[in-house]
Design a protein around this ligand. Structure first.
Ligand code: DUC
Ligand code: ZN
Ligand code: ZN
Length: 470
């Protein structure tokens, strides 16, 4: 009757924690109950947590990263690493280069993913060239085809949009029901500081953090929220690193604005001091926004505990360290301005929040599930197919051993980078068996599933963004 039963485990959703067996047929959850029998295969999950597979809605895989720079992970290594980290779905970014048609960018990106995935995938767009054709025809067509979210940047010369472009792009989101994600850092302020500090001879990795202080993120967060208010659209503020930006979100919500807040492990576990590593090792921690200080880590925990953050994502953006095409490229090894921005983390995201959050009593299991799976599915148009354990949902399940203790070592991870920024951190809890649409992909820590079983998912509109009804 069932293809698979997961028996005797403790099931957790974003709402409840309860003892139940999970019955699976044709890739879908068909029963929750006690004493389910009649399965082709039964997995005994006694003493284990049975959780929805993680959804990481902010990862970068096989993304063009500038001349001479190559992102460490392709879809094979990136989704394999995600799977071992407890995830069953990831959402990477399909970048539109300036002048490029969205359809071209999407076709190229699909070709990279097709047949190579160990998890399900869906794509956000990045809009870098909001021309009339893009906003008038291409983007609405893409939204209708299931690319229902896109990111815009307020920093990086090649990607940033000015305020007029942000307003026009947000207006297309309003008309189509797409959801806008914003990278909030003020490029002109960063430029000013970079000129000042490099003029004084500061080229070391730590200057990356010095030239991207909290105020440039706070100002841009305020502006993004204000522009979204002018247009009257919801907005996702991604990778929030500090309390001042959190306050902008809280204030806007108090006015009734629909703001989604996202934060990431680096803002809990790293500080800007990490960028001062000997012999340019600080390059391993160069990401934007940069890690802050201990007081800001406490602020970010408060945001997780009190609900300012809906989403906990990895912002996995992997570059190899000791590599001519990575962090230590010929220019980057002498000048922080040429160190590619981003750090790996898709495999460590869930273990860090489980260990530091759930096992240390800062958040409960339903909040963990909400922040790592359910809210991602709801925000990005995948719910209730994904992100929960319910009859009718895809059987995407992570079976966790809550007592397993280990120390994060890159040698044991499955990405294609050559380091982890979290090396040496002790964690409790481990996703030991992973099930994707009813198929066991990882069993007791060993890969048993096949590359290519992971599928592309077109998405519906976000629960947070609905188009006008007129
Ligand atoms: N923004 C991201 O979202 N990821 C990596 C680098 C960046 O600036
Ligand atoms: Zn960003
Ligand atoms: Zn990112």
């Amino acid at each position: 009757m069932y293809d698979l039963v997961i028996a005797n485990g403790t099931v957790a959703t974003a709402a409840d924690v309860y003892r139940a067996d999970v019955g699976i047929k044709d890739g879908v959850i068909v029963a929750l109950g006690r004493g389910l029998t009649g399965a082709a295969e039964t997995i005994d999950a006694a003493g284990r947590y049975v959780l929805p597979g993680g959804i990481d809605s902010h990862v970068h895989i096989a993304q063009p990263s500038g001349e001479g720079i190559v992102m460490a992970d392709d879809f094979e290594s990136g989704t394999r690493s995600a799977l071992f980290g407890g995830n069953t779905t990831v959402l990477p970014f399909c970048i539109q280069e300036k002048g490029e048609a969205l359809r071209t960018a999407l076709t190229d990106y699909h070709a990279k993913a097709a047949g190579n995935c160990y998890t399900d995938v869906s794509f956000h767009l990045v809009i870098s060239d909001p021309s009339e054709a893009v906003l008038g025809q291409e983007l609405p067509a893409a939204v209708a085809d299931g690319y229902t979210s896109f990111k815009i940047f307020m920093t990086y010369e090649a990607l940033r949009l000015n305020d007029a472009e942000i307003l026009a792009t947000m207006d297309t989101a309003r008309r189509t029901g797409a959801l806008v994600m914003v990278h909030c850092e003020n490029e002109d302020a960063i430029r000013f500081l970079v000129d000042k500090f490099t003029g004084e001879g500061h080229l070391e990795p730590r200057t990356h953090a010095t030239t991207r202080p909290v105020v440039v993120e706070r100002e841009a967060t305020h502006r993004a929220i204000s522009l979204a208010e002018v247009v009257d659209v919801p907005v996702v503020i991604v990778h929030v690193s500090n309390g001042a930006a959190m306050e902008e979100i809280a204030r806007a919500r108090a006015r009734g604005r629909p703001i989604v807040g996202e934060t990431c492990p680096q803002y809990l576990m790293l500080t800007e001091d990490d960028l001062s590593g000997m012999d340019w090792e600080g390059a391993k921690f160069v990401c934007s926004p940069p890690p802050r200080d201990k007081a800001e880590q406490t602020n970010i925990w408060r945001g997780i505990e009190t609900g300012i953050f809906d989403l906990f994502s990895s912002d996995h953006c992997p570059f190899r360290y000791d590599d001519d095409r990575g962090k230590l490229n010929p220019k980057g090894r002498n000048d922080f301005r040429h160190i590619p921005n981003g750090i790996p983390g898709v495999e460590t995201r869930l273990s860090i929040l489980f260990s530091e959050g759930v096992m240390k009593g800062r958040i409960d299991l339903p909040r963990f599930v909400a922040m790592t799976a359910t809210n991602h599915a709801k925000t990005y148009g995948l719910y209730p197919r994904k992100g929960t354990i319910a009859v009718g949902s895809d059987a995407d399940i992570a079976i966790w051993d809550p007592d397993a203790e280990r120390v994060i070592r890159h040698a044991e991870l499955h990405d294609a980078a050559d380091y982890s920024p979290y090396e040496g951190i002790a964690v409790r809890g481990r996703p030991e068996t992973m099930i994707l649409r009813g198929k066991v992909m990882v069993r007791d820590g060993a890969l048993v599933g096949e590359k290519g079983y992971g599928a592309y998912l077109p998405r519906g509109l976000s629960d947070r963004a609905k188009p006008p009804t007129e």
